[in-house]
Design a protein around this ligand. Sequence first.
Ligand SMILES: Cc1cc2nc3c(=O)[nH]c(=O)nc-3n(C[C@H](O)[C@H](O)[C@H](O)COP(=O)(O)OP(=O)(O)OC[C@H]3O[C@@H](n4cnc5c(N)ncnc54)[C@H](O)[C@@H]3O)c2cc1C
Length: 414
Amino acid sequence: MARAQIVILGGGTGGTMTANRLRRRFDADEAEIHVVDLDNRHVYQPGLLFVPFGLAQVEEIVRPRGRQLRDGVLFHENEVEEVWIERDELLLDDGTVLPYDVLVVATGVRLQPEETEGLTGPGWNERVFTFYSPGGADALRGALERFDGGRLVVNLVDMPIKCPVAPLEFAFLADWHLRERGIRNRSEVVYSTPLDGAFTKPIASEHLAGLLNEKDVELVTEFNAGEVDGVGGKLSSYDGRELDFDLLVTVPLHGGAAYVERSPGLGDALGFVPTNKQTLQTPAKPNVFALGDATDLPTSKAGSVTHFEAEVLAENVARFLADKELDASYDGHANCLIETGFHKALLIDFNYETEPLPGHFGPLPLLRESRLNHLGKLMFQWVYWHALLPGREIPGLGPAMPTARKKHAPAHAS
Ligand SMILES: Cc1cc2nc3c(=O)[nH]c(=O)nc-3n(C[C@H](O)[C@H](O)[C@H](O)COP(=O)(O)OP(=O)(O)OC[C@H]3O[C@@H](n4cnc5c(N)ncnc54)[C@H](O)[C@@H]3O)c2cc1C
């Protein structure tokens, strides 16, 4: 085989794992591996949830991207301007044209708060915040410290979003934080969502709605946020409903990276990349693969999903280059540890076909709050930097969803 040129767009969770897995797999004379990212700050994004509550500092969850890549991976700190699928080439912001034999798209999502009227107007980062970016999470920490009671509204503008459970976790932790500070009795916490329940999957949704209720968090469903008045403290929906707030914590609209829209044949109308559910090859061209938040796959946009996909994708890049049949084994496996406050967390595990069910995942209980799950969530940052990103195998944590030790869904909820 002639030396292959593999170009990976995005040096976040998926791009880094893929590059390191491929570097382990191919000798330097077999493949040249490039990673392109617009900056050199790799954020451990699950840590953003803890920043507003003073439980983590931004600098503790950020590391240089280049240092997460194995020796021999070439890192370009550049923005991708456009991909020319027809020519197997792409353009970087400094004018460099990079040719490739295989392209991997791992550029995640773009937050688009400016798409919601008024959201980034007066009051933005003063009374209206998002914890989905390091700067936003840090600014929200100051606002929560100053919050002395009132109405805190958590709003998710529209799906899809990355880590669909993160806003729920924020509501649970806000309840805990306000109780710890002794101001819960003069505070209201509201969770508003465009979904018809607390979550997308019926059994988990029922559990999570029950938890919100236990914690006295008001659940407002089918609320499609249309406009924000950050000065007057009003969030309005398209159907004319209004939610008053003293502090608004929003998860803004998500779209794909802007270059995806500029690149003919690569993405859909929202900038996500149509991707084969099982093989992670794209219909754009056989030598183009995608993973993580950038895809249009009908599973959660989550780091766990990206990790499971990276295993199948790296295998398939190797098979593609060797002219072999692709591995069609990715089943949509996702798992998420959901912080619920008071040093507890709940675990859900599911795939394209099977919704989150009770039972056990290894030693961890499913769909039940436990301290062990919380410890698992805290430990995960170490696992992320030292095992997942380097592309090491983790026994018991792989692309195929385990079915043993799971209880079947009750008939009414399936
Ligand atoms: C608050 C929060 C909490 C979360 N909690 C969890 C959790 O508990 N568990 C879990 O599994 N997941 C969680 N996630 C989700 C998880 O972080 C993402 O799903 C995961 O990082 C996706 O990986 P990715 O490689 O697709 O995208 P990313 O890791 O976001 O990487 C995309 C990269 O592409 C780069 N890029 C974008 N556009 C360009 C361009 N034009 N040119 C060059 N580079 C570009 C970006 O700079 C970025 O580095 C959370 C996310 C957030 C925001």
